[in-house]
Design a protein around this ligand. Sequence first.
Ligand SMILES: [Zn+2]
Length: 74
Amino acid sequence: MRRKIQPKPEPVIPPQMLEQAKQSISTDRLKKSVLCSVCGAETTSGSAEPLCWVCRRLKVSAWREIEQQMPAQE
Ligand SMILES: [Zn+2]
C-alpha cells in the first residue's frame, strides 16, 4: 500500500503585493471611513453626525421612546 502524497497548497504572497494591499487599505481609511461616534464602527457618513446605520436606528427609536414617555405638558 502506498499513500498518496497530497500536494499542500502553500499561499505565496510576494511582499510587494502585501505592501500595496496595506497602502491601499490605509489610504482608503484616510479618505473615506468615518467612525461611528457611538460604537466606533466604520461607516460611510453622508450626514452631519458620524453614526453607523445601527446606532442611527437606535437613536431614532430612543427618541421615539423619550417622546412617548415625556408628558405633554409645558
Ligand atoms: Zn454605531
